[in-house]
Design a protein around this ligand. Structure first.
Ligand SMILES: [Zn+2]
Length: 287
């Protein structure tokens, strides 16, 4: 709690993250990186990180924690990784190898052991992690002669945070698939018997680039003169134009009229099974 603003403080992959309501501050593992302040809205008075006093306190909390995290990292490493010898030779913390000159695969910068020891093995030029630091520039043809040394910038405004707005409120992105789902659900609302339910489930629904909807309903399952009222309401709410059409194709079961007699799928299933069974037992001699 800072003032009356609660917060959570956590460490994820060596980054320290402080999160409150509508804001968070991340301090990356790289000691050269600035804190990143993210808010849901831009310069909202209710958001405490826009107040300099609050922000300073919060940054202190974050950086105190980061000091501990960095301390833990360097205790896990060989001593020579963070304490150069007289000649500035240091040991790579992850895969060993000792040298006073190192290279960053990410920006092709030339680094000294002292720079790396001071910067927790992050490249002071580009911020790359220890995974990108090597004692030979194996990717370079001219034995690293063309590579330039990376200057460690003075920490002039190194603690000044970068602000950014991240709106993580849920946003509706209507695509064809979601529109189809809603329309089909509405068709099911309109269906009053099993035949129509099957018609709704089998309806061909297509959404074009302008988000207009075509609904093709199977004639044998959905009565031609029946308006899918709910589907039209849903489409109107979504601001969509609807084209209705009747099609005639293969239906899943014979005797579609059976489905009009009930609104229970189990009842319908029984009637349909009975009908097929009856048909099966009829003598074939009629022909
Ligand atoms: Zn680099």
């Amino acid at each position: 709690m800072i003032g009356n603003h609660p917060y959570r403080l956590e460490v994820a992959l060596h980054d320290v993250i402080m999160a409150g309501d509508g804001w968070n501050i991340t301090l990356p593992e790289n000691p050269g990186a600035r804190p990143i302040v993210q808010t849901v809205t831009e310069n909202d008075e209710k958001c405490p990180v826009f107040g300099p006093a609050f922000l300073q306190k919060a940054l202190n909390v974050v950086s105190d924690r980061a000091v501990r995290v960095r301390g833990e990292i360097s205790t896990d490493w060989p001593r020579r990784s963070t304490k150069p010898d007289h000649d500035g030779v240091v040991r790579h913390p992850l895969w060993g190898g000792e040298s006073d000159a190192w290279f960053c695969l990410h920006c092709s910068g030339k680094l000294t052991g002292i720079q790396l020891a001071q910067n927790l093995w992050h490249c002071p030029g580009c911020g790359a992690s220890p995974l990108d630091i090597f004692d030979t520039a194996f990717w370079c043809d001219d034995e690293a002669k063309s590579l330039q040394p990376v200057k460690t910038e003075g920490a002039v405004d190194g603690d000044k945070p970068d602000f950014g707005v991240v709106d993580d409120r849920p946003k509706l992105e209507l695509n064809g698939e979601k529109i189809t789902l809603l329309i089909r659900s509405a068709l099911l609302d309109d269906a009053t018997n099993i035949s129509e339910k099957l018609g709704a489930l089998q309806a061909e629904i297509t959404v074009d680039d302008e988000n207009d909807v075509w609904i093709s309903l199977e004639e044998d399952l959905w009565p031609q003169d029946k308006e899918p009222v709910q589907a039209l309401i849903v489409a109107a709410k979504l601001g969509l134009e609807v084209e209705l059409e009747s099609t005639w194709s293969t239906i899943p079961f014979h005797w579609p009229g059976l489905g009009e007699l009930t609104s229970s799928t189990s009842e319908y299933t029984q009637m349909m099974l009975d009908a097929y069974a009856q048909c099966d037992s009829l003598p074939n001699s009629k022909t």
